[in-house]
Design a protein around this ligand. Sequence first.
Ligand SMILES: Cc1cc2nc3c(=O)[nH]c(=O)nc-3n(C[C@H](O)[C@H](O)[C@H](O)COP(=O)(O)OP(=O)(O)OC[C@H]3O[C@@H](n4cnc5c(N)ncnc54)[C@H](O)[C@@H]3O)c2cc1C
Length: 341
Amino acid sequence: MIRVAVVGAGVVGLSTALCIKSQHPSLSVTIIANRFLDATTSDGAGGLFRPDQRFIGGVEPSVLKDWCQTSFDHFNNLIFSNIAAEAGVSQVSGYQLFNDSRPDPSYKDIVYNFRHLTKEELTIFPDHYKYGYFCTTFYVETRKYMKYLTKLLNEKQVPFIKKKIHSFEELAENYDIVVNCIGYGAKDVCHDNLIRPIRGQMIRVRAPWIKHFYYTDDNCYMIPNTDTIVLGGTRQLDDENTTVDLNDKDGIWQRCLRLCPSLAQAEILWDWAGLRPDREPIRVETETIKYGNKQLLIVHNYGHGGNGISLSWGTAIDATRRFSSLLNGINNQDKQLTSKL
Ligand SMILES: Cc1cc2nc3c(=O)[nH]c(=O)nc-3n(C[C@H](O)[C@H](O)[C@H](O)COP(=O)(O)OP(=O)(O)OC[C@H]3O[C@@H](n4cnc5c(N)ncnc54)[C@H](O)[C@@H]3O)c2cc1C
């Protein structure tokens, strides 16, 4: 029996564990993480799908397109199923507003209704942005979606172990394949200098009259989720502080209020700050590490930056493909050994 440990229980770890267990039901798959559900970065994210090649460095355009389309199709299927509410997924349309013109985003042929804003539309907004897009995409409310994934994993009897890993060597005795979905944790566990935190802070409010999302190029965004709206934001490279900063909060509030003055009537719910696990490129690949005479096979899937919710299903499917190739390799070795005996 091949023993598999998926390390990490954010949206990437849960999705990858589910894909692997669904594809290989007879394997023993265990999830190991030191934080779960609302203690993960994934829990706080706004969850809007808009992964643009320009901000996802080092990933081949064809690979990114595959991840985007696979994720989009997966979430679209959920949106038009009878479990959309439980999974916390929904379509949402909205505006992106800029002070200068820019190339169309790479996801423009994946989302629906993508178009440029007219001059007349641009005048609606207080700061009179010079350029903008409109499109229909979707959000994933990870607080609900991760509970939904956890339920599916429980149904498949996948056990969860709460434990902090310092080195994958700790797992070499009890597992044959490790699937590494530890997000920013890779900095310490893998000594990966390519991974860098991009701090983001946000305010959750209740303002049910706001139905569209808005993104501007001056650090202001609003993303409706089911019952709340996420107001952001900040992008602070190499800042590891996850406590809420009151100056940042004030900046976010003033910028959002300027764009949407009716927010003055909103009920403020909670503040949150988290670290986008940024890596160029996002790491989806296999590796073999030797510890003495033990060898551990690893499938990496981490470093999704500000797009981990959007790309979670696409990279999980890619990681599962790589996992299946490793498994074939092990099975072929076993067959060769048996035929020699
Ligand atoms: C402010 C903000 C807004 C965002 N908005 C969006 C958005 O609109 N759309 C979008 O797609 N993405 C967004 N993101 C990005 C998204 O949140 C991340 O890309 C995504 O959550 C990464 O998921 P993950 O599973 O890799 O990491 P995480 O959610 O951080 O999970 C990592 C897991 O690994 C475990 N782990 C780490 N180290 C160890 C260790 N040593 N031992 C054991 N376990 C370990 C953790 O406990 C956790 O379970 C946003 C992020 C922020 C901060």
